[in-house]
Write a protein that binds this ligand. Sequence first.
Ligand SMILES: Nc1nc2c(ncn2[C@@H]2O[C@H](COP(=O)(O)OP(=O)(O)OP(=O)(O)O)[C@@H](O)[C@H]2O)c(=O)[nH]1
Ligand SMILES: [Mg+2]
Length: 311
Amino acid sequence: MNGLERAEAEGAEPTRCGFVALLGAPNAGKSTLTNQLVGTKVSIVSHKVQTTRAIVRGIALEGPSQVILVDTPGIFSPKRRLERAMVNTAWTSASDADVVALLVDANRGIDENVESILKPLAEVKRPRALILNKIDMIRRDTLLELAQKLTERLSFERVFMVSALKGDGVDDVRTWFAEKVPFGPWLYPEDQISDAPMRMLAAEITREKLFLRLHDELPYRSTVETDSWKELRDKSVRIEQTIFVERESQRKIVLGKAGATIKAISSESRAEISEIIEAPVHLFLFVKVRENWADDPERYREMGLEFPHGD
Ligand SMILES: Nc1nc2c(ncn2[C@@H]2O[C@H](COP(=O)(O)OP(=O)(O)OP(=O)(O)O)[C@@H](O)[C@H]2O)c(=O)[nH]1
Ligand SMILES: [Mg+2]
């Protein structure tokens, strides 16, 4: 007897488990929705585009289903190597998923990034949903018009209208995903909310603070890695992280006047990591100039991205 037959014989509802890829243009709200679906923060969020760089898996439970949400980097026309790696990984996760959802910022409507997604998405032969997000910012009639335009372009099994920020409509999305994932045993323990190790999430949290504090190109010219993570005898945790930038001038900006900027980033990040792990944290941030970090395969490995060859 397999698991499914046994569950039926015992009268229990058979379990389901599967991957749902959330695709969309940068800034559509994919990470915000992932966090809402999971019920806690697993993926960083900022008002800037291209915040998410590698896929982040968040795990949501709904009845007999374990839904593994694959938050992806936004899809746009990539130029730099890092950008190509980000967009590639988004498409790969779509083709590996059991269900695919296209998230569209309803306030922006169909821009060139959404355009660039529609055609290749038609080739992904998976159950597909359309999720119009940020409905808290838009009038109902404009919303319905947008839904109609998009469904004329591509067929979807379901259309949802949500505010990922406020949580409106999110439960319906979770319920649908839970019904669509295939029968099978759960892949993760019941209390696990993400597949990323804590040191990875901690690096992401520091990167989020960089995105929130720094302007222009700087967030895109920097990356963060956790170098060491030590639990001390008094139960506090000592974490060392490196922020890589490309130029000395960028390093100066990250440090700020008399170290004010790095201090602020560090204290915000420390507070958040400490809240998550429920232990005091000593966070040490080092800023290093590494001119070609964005062309260094090792940095991609750390981020969990395939290194795209070529220029
Ligand atoms: N008003 C409003 N803002 C939202 C909503 N959902 C997300 N946002 C905001 O939109 C911005 C982008 O959100 P993210 O979740 O980082 O978007 P993303 O699609 O993951 O972006 P990338 O990782 O850059 O591709 C943030 O400032 C969010 O607070 C929503 O439902 N309503
Ligand atoms: Mg994101």
